[in-house]
Design a protein around this ligand. Structure first.
Ligand code: SF4
Length: 442
């Protein structure tokens, strides 16, 4: 048992830096960590949040924007990649200054983690935290900790690696570590709490999840592994939360973090949007995770437009029917064309409809990506290239390991989509750069 110093335990929660060749703030916030913060607070813990990404260099009118970046030395495994490597977020001095405030001295430190290949930023925060707060237990959770738990246990230097996305389990773990009894009965832990966005001094945007998990099973996606099951919130409760942020905190931009926002629209998104209209909620909405094309219909498209959805992203990935089938069958070409038609009828221009096109899937030929780009353009939308990132615990990871020249099994840095982990003679990094340049030229 660790020694707890305060009568009311003080929990320091940290969202670490991103370390990568490139990063952009597409409405990134540590939603899981903020939910844990709320749960801890309502149970009587004292909370401090340090979000290392809360330091934008430039923000757009919709709240997304560039992070401040600091060029750092490339990790050894990435030395041969001819690109600069950076740490994104607050300068190190600011983190050290926050750590040096006497009131920051915590009883437990909880650190989250994002993409598997961002772990150097996580490790750096851990290293600093251990130096400043020796003997304070550190718990590491989040996506990297869950997908690469063995790597994290072996290399991160934390006391506990917390796997999974069950925030209530994280709460119970911290309660055990501090021997501090929870105030809320088990049955009430899931109800009525919003993520603790109020811990930020300035809110350019918030993120919302109307559900956890995804009922589909795309072979490249870790959503089914990260969130067990598919659970949706009540549409009125979702509208209440949106009204809360737009009303009380005057938030003008909200990003939906859902993996499956449009599934069964008549039972979920349509009642949410109708309720927002009824309540007169005005806000800009964004869907950076991509919407599910098969469920787009005339009514949904029209409601999205009328309620203020500004950033529309569709998860299409490929127009190759064999590949669509092989990767899980979440989409077909006919439904895609219909979706574009409905969105345009609703009022969106082609330029406003961004369509994710996956590049660099194991064994994928460059010609297939070129055909998909042409298909999306012909349908009147905007193709947006997304490099495939091999993710542990996904069905496609095994194939990716066989086809990659990199040691994907043991080195998460090689999951970085920027290195095009599954490049081969049929799809080289030069092919990828050419496609990207052609798209940038329009
Ligand atoms: S639909 Fe999206 S979230 Fe669901 S499994 Fe497929 S890629 Fe993942």
């Amino acid at each position: 048992m660790f020694h707890v110093k305060h009568i009311v335990p003080h929990i320091l929660l940290i969202n670490p830096w991103i370390t990568d060749f490139a990063a952009y703030n597409f409405w990134i916030k540590p939603l899981g960590l903020l939910r844990i913060a709320s749960l801890l607070r309502v149970n009587g813990f004292r909370i401090t949040l340090i979000d290392c990404l809360d330091y934008s260099a430039k923000t757009s009118k919709y709240g997304d924007g560039k992070f401040l970046k600091t060029k750092i030395e490339k990790p050894l495994p990435l030395k041969s990649i001819p690109r600069n490597f950076s740490r994104y977020g607050i300068p190190e001095e600011i983190l050290l200054k926050r750590f040096s405030l006497p009131e920051e001295k915590p009883d437990v430190i909880g650190i989250t983690s994002g993409m598997t290949y961002w772990y150097p930023g996580v490790f750096k925060v851990i290293e600093i935290a251990k130096k400043v707060f020796s003997n304070v237990p550190i718990v590491l959770g989040g996506i990297y900790a869950t997908l690469c738990s063995e790597h994290a246990r072996k290399h991160s230097g934390v006391d506990i690696v917390f796997e999974g996305s069950e925030e209530i389990e994280a709460l119970k773990l911290i309660s055990d570590l501090t021997s501090f009894k929870l105030r809320t009965p088990n049955s009430e832990l899931r109800t009525g709490l919003y993520p603790a966005f109020d811990l930020y001094s300035q809110l350019d945007y918030v993120c919302i999840a109307t559900a956890t998990g995804c009922p589909l099973r795309c072979s490249y996606c870790a959503s089914p592994f990260l969130a067990k099951g598919f659970f949706r919130r009540d549409p009125f409760e979702v509208a209440d939360e949106i009204e809360y942020w737009t009303g009380k905190y005057r938030v003008n931009n909200i990003a939906f973090y859902d993996d499956a926002l449009l599934i069964e629209p008549s039972r979920h998104i349509i009642p949410i949007l109708e309720e927002m209209t009824k309540r007169g909620i005005h806000c800009n909405f964004h869907t950076p995770n991509g919407l599910h094309i098969m469920e787009m219909d005339e009514e949904t498209a029209s409601l999205l437009f009328r309620t203020g959805f500004k950033t529309i992203r569709l998860g299409f990935e490929t127009s190759n029917e064999a590949m669509q089938f092989e990767t899980g069958g979440k989409v077909d070409n006919h439904a895609f064309k219909d979706a574009i038609k409905y969105l345009k009828r609703a009022g969106y221009s082609g330029e406003e409809i961004g369509v994710y096109v996956m590049a660099g899937l194991p064994g994928q030929r460059v010609g297939e990506v070129e055909e998909t780009i042409a298909f999306v353009k012909e349908a009147g939308a905007k193709p947006m290239l997304v490099e495939y990132s091999p993710i542990p615990h996904t069905p496609l990871f095994e194939k990716a390991k066989r086809m990659s020249q990199f040691d994907l099994e043991n080195e998460p840095l090689y999951h970085n989509n920027s290195v095009l982990p599954c490049q081969w003679d049929g799809f080289t990094i030069t092919d990828f750069r050419r496609l990207k340049e052609e798209l940038n030229r329009g």
